[in-house]
Design a protein around this ligand. Structure first.
Ligand SMILES: Nc1ncnc2c1ncn2[C@@H]1O[C@H](COP(=O)(O)OP(=O)(O)OP(=O)(O)O)[C@@H](O)[C@H]1O
Length: 271
């Protein structure tokens, strides 16, 4: 990153971040003086080896975990100051395993963040949740289904609708296509692309899936050596000289994804 002045402030501004876990006589430094800025409309994918702290970083942006040192600002305010309600109206998170409440119907799950506010009448909450349900491609007749009766793709859609219930400008996605069959995965990627564009969302995504990565990312940030070692448009990052980058993007999977990258128009960043 350069220090050049920008007119538009970042949606996410991470500076000098350290994450150190200590316990049982061991000390693990996960992030070491890490910086990352995410600008409005970007869809930034975090990639890195197992245990490089991608999920921990998402949890810190969401305010569910606190860094050892350094600052994280979301929309110009320190995450620590947002509080629970403030955070959920600014940041939506799609967890890796969907994480719907099994005792609630689809609609009750989507409505949950709105009900927690305790300020909106029931009818309005239902109506708003129905809008979100249809926005993610579910049908009105899916509203009363229970999570156990849904396909994997429908669970992801319902969880996404819940993450977007409060219209947050920032969306965090942890392995959004993990566990989906190829068709459902393609359909979910199409949905994410459309929502990113139509809602003008800023997105940070963690994924190991190269197809998802290349189809959606406006920028890739590589976590290695406890820092962001390179960040830029996909076509630039894949040529970066680092052992992880080389291993991750080479081989059969990498070649297939790079062919896809050559064949398709690049995702656009809308500001
Ligand atoms: N609460 C915690 N206490 C101690 N160590 C933790 C805690 N949370 C995470 N870690 C450790 O921090 C490191 C980073 O974990 P994280 O889940 O963020 O990795 P990741 O990059 O998302 O990995 P993967 O790609 O395998 O999901 C791991 O070594 C993990 O064991």
């Amino acid at each position: 990153m350069t220090g050049a002045p920008r007119e538009v402030p970042p949606v996410v501004d991470i500076r000098g971040l350290w994450t150190v876990f200590e316990g049982a006589g061991r000390r693990a430094v996960v992030h070491k003086d890490l910086d990352l800025q995410v600008m409005p409309g970007e869809l930034v994918s975090l990639v890195g080896g197992s245990g490089t702290g991608k999920t921990v970083l998402l949890r810190q942006v969401l305010g569910l975990a606190t860094p050892t040192r350094g600052t994280i600002e979301v929309l110009g305010r320190p995450v620590a100051e947002l509080g629970r309600e403030g955070a959920s109206s600014r940041v939506g998170m799609l967890f890796q395993h969907g994480a719907l409440f099994s005792a609630f119907s689809v609609l009750e799950n989507i409505a949950f963040p709105l009900r927690e506010l305790r300020t909106l009448p029931d009818a309005l909450v239902r109506e708003a949740a129905m809008v979100k349900l249809q926005m993610v491609g579910l049908k009105p007749q899916d509203a009363d289904k229970m999570p156990a009766d849904l396909s994997g793709g429908m669970v992801k859609r319902a969880a996404l609708a819940r993450a977007l219930a409060m219209d947050p400008p920032l969306l965090l996605l942890d392995e959004p296509t993990a566990g989906l069959d190829p068709d459902s995965s393609d359909a979910f990627v199409d949905l994410l692309r459309a929502l990113h564009r139509e809602l003008q969302l800023t997105v940070i995504m963690v994924t190991h899936d190269l197809d998802t990565l290349f189809e959606l990312s406006t920028r890739i940030a590589v976590l290695a050596d406890q820092q962001v070692v390179v960040s830029g448009p996909p076509a630039d990052v894949i040529g970066f000289d680092h052992p992880f980058v080389h291993d991750f993007f080479q081989g059969e999977r990498g070649r297939r994804a790079m062919a896809l990258l050559r064949d398709q128009p690049q995702p656009t960043q809308e500001v």
